[in-house]
Design a binder for this molecule. Structure first.
Ligand code: ME8
Length: 640
């Protein structure tokens, strides 16, 4: 059997997983299940990236050693996957000695081939992204995250990335689907076309890493270390190269440029494809640990089931693009598609077969539905093969609703009372058609509903395990007449929207507290110091940043309100509404540098989103006066 080795990123263990991580991992495992249906021996990998400054600092903040911290969080990740029915076939923790050996081995090969040299570097470094920002000056923000870079001087080992510019361009040319989707490929192309700088791959400023097999105290740059995890997880097996690296769009550069270059330097085979999906947004922003606007899988699993989450993520969001998560949308999708759609078709079909045919599948089949079902098999196969999950799922639901309509048209509950042969034959045809369409839909949905599809399958009386279904043999007519259906029970009960959302929100708070406790963080507010002031940890929760006003206009019908777009070094300017319209004109504001609280929960004022608060002083009865600076300061710089 041909193999198909696919991977998720190795997640950082600086914080517990959230549904951004679940999204990638569920999508990857769906692909694994789909590839098995295509006849591949699919091997699914996920792992944890445990070294580097980010993890070291997170551990320190919790008063733990990096190893203790990494142990706790990586266990959290593994635990999650198990609870969410995500089957992991291979994994690696980058703290595993097995991984260390492979990293040193690969480094040695690059060294022996002349692609590594010793040099010195002084420049700006972003701790958050673990990235050197070559073009930045001291105090400049990181172009990736807007956080202030730090100046570092180090003697380092460098990887001759510059030597691979041409070979990489050739790779993208000759293998146009090496990076997908197209937008991401274009980004990489234009970046590499500008020419590549050599890359520092060792650090002397931190301890928490894999030591280099050289003199002195160097540890590997965390990306040189982590990327190799894809190989060390399958060391000694015949699985490399990977068929697919599935990642989020923010780490394309590392995967599509650094990684193939490392492998070329070591004369090793390259992965076949990199697919970068979009971001899961929550409350209009990228869900991220540092922003604190996260949703975890645990409460969703408890209230709705893991399948509901997987279905929602793959159906609602066009894979490759950004998409919003909301609890309301999740429950609504569940009710309309799973409870009313698939669940209802299953229970009404199986109940009728029980009632009208003593639980035995009759003989028959309606040709139009049969043709549609066969088409649906092809559509799903094609769409999932191109990672177009929402399209594939849409096609399955088109089949489900066609069958629903067909049942209503045929009105089996009326026909049943007519005892003539023609009517009874028609009833057979109706019931077989519904049951066979249900069987096909269920088989197609197995990769997305790994917990529920087998239940419907068993209720149809199927004895062959659903995991054994293959596209090559899946076709209309496979349901054997005479087969006894199993016991019928509802798989997707309807869920009450408000109640479910309230429950999930409440549980989310509990889980957050629980996880914080697990990591040793105090969850109760730190006691106020004796003089009644707050501790530094309270102050550091407030993210104050330098912002530059780009546009400003008065909010119609509200004398005090000004609507502004401000730049804080993020990809998009932020929308902020502030009560300063009586003190400033729009012209006075544009281009002015101000201070904003950047991590307040967004809210709407007069229907306009306000994502941040401008800092201003005011005296009783007086007009607000904006805080500002005498010296110049880059946009995005943090006030601490
Ligand atoms: O980047 N939307 O680890 P990480 C969608 N250790 N996907 C999201 C997401 C969101 N809001 N948030 C996280 C690292 N993800 C490195 C990787 S690989 C050799 C090293 C998913 O913990 C998405 O897959 O920051 C993203 O690329 C990944 O988690 C980042 O995880």
């Amino acid at each position: 059997m041909p193999k198909y080795y696919l991977t998720t990123p190795l997640y950082y263990v600086n914080a517990a997983p959230h549904i951004g991580h679940t999204y990638t991992t569920m999508a990857a495992e769906t692909i694994a299940r789909f590839q098995r249906m295509q006849g591949f021996d699919a091997v699914m990998f996920t792992g944890t990236d445990e070294h580097g400054q980010k993890v070291e600092r997170a551990a320190e903040a919790m008063g733990k050693s990096p190893q203790e911290f990494a142990d706790a969080i990586s266990a959290e990740f593994r635990n999650q996957w198990e609870k969410l029915n995500i089957r992991v076939d291979r994994t690696i923790r980058t703290t595993d000695p097995r991984h260390h050996r492979v990293v040193r081995w690969l480094f040695q090969r690059c060294l022996d081939n002349g692609f590594i040299y010793k040099g010195s570097y002084t420049g700006q470094y972003c701790v958050y992204d673990e990235l050197y920002v070559n073009e930045a000056k001291p105090g400049d923000p990181c172009p990736e995250c807007g956080r202030t870079t730090e100046t570092v001087t180090e003697e380092n080992y460098f990887f001759k990335l510059s030597a691979f510019t041409e070979r990489l361009l050739e790779l993208y040319e000759t293998q146009p689907d090496f990076i997908l989707p197209e937008t991401r490929r274009n980004e990489v192309l234009s970046f590499v076309r500008q020419g590549l700088n050599d890359l520092s791959i060792s650090r002397t400023t931190l301890k928490w890493g894999i030591p280099l097999p050289v003199e002195g105290h160097h540890v590997f740059y965390v990306w040189f270390d982590a990327l190799i995890g894809y190989m060390s997880a399958v060391d000694g097996e015949d699985l490399w190269p990977a068929d697919l690296h599935l990642i989020g769009k923010e780490i394309v550069r590392f995967h599509a440029i650094f990684w193939p270059a490392f492998l070329m330097a070591a004369e090793l085979p390259l992965p076949k494809r990199i697919f970068a999906h979009g971001w899961l947004l929550f409350e209009n922003d990228k869900m991220s640990k540092s922003r604190g606007n996260i949703v975890r899988a645990e409460p969703i699993r408890e209230v709705m089931g893991a399948d509901a989450l997987r279905y929602f993520l793959l159906r609602e969001i066009v894979f490759g693009q950004d998409g919003a998560f909301s609890y309301d949308a999740l429950v609504n999708r569940y009710n309309s598609d799973l409870a009313n759609g698939l669940g209802n078709l299953a229970s009404r079909t199986l109940t009728m077969i029980g009632q009208y045919r003593g639980g035995a599948i009759p003989e028959g089949g309606e040709t139009e539905i049969a043709a549609l079902a066969n088409d649906t098999i092809r559509t799903v196969r094609g769409a999932f093969g191109r990672f177009e999950f929402s399209k594939g799922l849409e096609a399955v639901w088109a089949l489900i609703s066609a069958v629903d309509k067909f049942i209503v048209q045929m009105a089996p509950w009326k026909v049943w009372r007519q005892r003539d042969d023609a009517s009874q034959r028609q009833l057979d045809v109706t019931l077989y058609t519904a049951a066979e369409a249900l069987r096909i839909a269920t088989a197609l949905l197995a990769p997305v509903l790994p917990q529920s599809a087998p239940k419907i399958w068993a209720q149809l009386g199927m004895t062959e395990p659903i995991e054994a279904v293959r596209f090559d043999t899946l076709a209309w007519g496979g349901l054997p007449p005479g087969q006894k259906v199993g016991e019928v029970s509802g798989v997707f009960p309807r869920i009450e929207l408000k109640e479910a959302v309230a429950k999930m929100r409440a549980m989310e708070e509990q889980v957050t507290a629980g996880q914080a406790a697990l990591l040793g963080k105090k969850t109760e507010p730190a006691p106020a110091p004796a003089d009644g002031g707050i501790g530094i940890e309270d102050f550091s929760k407030v993210e104050l940043r330098v912002a530059q006003v780009k546009t400003a206009e008065r909010v119609k019908g509200a004398d005090k309100l000004m609507h502004m777009k401000v730049d804080i070094g993020e990809a998009e300017p932020r929308s902020i509404v502030a009560g300063i319209a009586e003190a400033y004109t729009p012209e006075q504001l544009v281009n002015r540098k101000v201070v904003i609280v950047a991590n307040l929960q967004p809210r709407k004022l007069r229907g306009i989103e306000s994502n941040g608060m401008i800092v201003a002083a005011s005296v009783e009865g007086g007009k607000p006066v904006l805080a500002g600076f005498h010296e110049d300061i880059p946009v995005g710089a943090r006030l601490k």
